[in-house]
Design a binder for this molecule. Structure first.
Ligand SMILES: Cc1cc2nc3c(=O)[nH]c(=O)nc-3n(C[C@H](O)[C@H](O)[C@H](O)COP(=O)(O)O)c2cc1C
Length: 233
């Protein structure tokens, strides 16, 4: 039996989560794993899943499970995210292991990891999986623009922050309607055009300085908005 490990930690081989996989690998297996970052899986793994879906990755019928480490703060949300995405991709799912970040150093943590692994192998050998039919596509409805433009003033500086995709006609029309009735001129900042240098690396620089270690943020915000005061943030 081959098991693929998708290591979703930006810390790569030095991550805490992957140590659980290495630990279990000693028992001749490989694993899927990630740390919980800000209530969810790290962005790099989210993007990887998005690309798998966009490219119709051949996952139908394969078995998936997950290992995370965290402080158990919204780890449930992250596990549900992986589980539901798995169903979307027609994977058969086995409930994962959510370990505390220090747990592997304890006898109990090591036993929990071994029990999880043994149970997973048992379930694979006996065909015990969770599975859900992918959600059916619902009827597409288009929001039509209906509102008449109000008179505008520059008395306030309003920025509309959006992640509206080019093909998202509904959101486009809603934003246009909102801008129409707004009595002020508004700037629009579309995050989809924002050239992010990368996802969170977990370096915790922001905890100390309040700023991200990627320099793209200030540079690009300034370029997109043309407003210099963002530099002060
Ligand atoms: C930026 C950042 C965000 C985090 N967010 C959460 C969180 O929302 N919930 C939680 O329980 N732990 C959170 N943690 C703790 C990590 O999940 C934990 O340290 C994990 O073991 C790191 O694993 P890794 O070394 O494989 O990256 C966060 C850590 C970082 C660096």
């Amino acid at each position: 039996m081959n098991i693929l490990v998708l290591n979703g930690s930006p810390k790569g081989k030095n991550g805490i989560t992957v140590q659980t996989a290495y630990y279990l690998q000693k028992r001749r297996a490989d694993f899927f794993c990630y740390p919980v970052y800000t209530f969810l899986v790290p962005y790099q793994l989210q993007r990887f899943i998005e690309l798998m879906k966009a490219n119709n990755a051949d996952t139908k019928g394969k078995v998936a499970s997950q290992i995370s480490t965290s402080k158990h703060f919204y780890d449930v949300t992250a596990h549900k995210f992986i589980e539901e995405n798995g169903y979307d991709m027609q994977l058969r799912y086995i409930c994962g292991l959510s370990a505390d970040m220090d747990e592997l150093l304890t006898q109990k943590g090591q036993n929990d990891a071994k029990c999880y692994f043994d149970e997973m192998i048992f379930k694979i050998q006996n065909g015990i999986f969770l599975y859900k039919e992918p959600a059916k596509a619902c009827e597409k409805r288009v929001y039509e623009k209906t509102l008449t433009a109000a008179e505008k003033s520059d008395a306030k500086d309003i920025a509309i922050v959006t992640s509206c995709a080019v093909q998202d006609i509904n959101l486009r029309n809603m934003i246009d309607d909102f801008k129409a009735v707004l009595p002020y001129n508004a700037r629009e900042i579309n995050l989809t055009q924002f050239p992010f240098a990368g996802g969170c690396l977990g370096c915790m620089e922001c905890a100390v300085s309040g700023k991200c270690c990627h320099n793209d943020i200030l540079f690009t915000m300034r370029q997109m908005s043309g407003v210099n005061y963002i530099e002060e943030l």
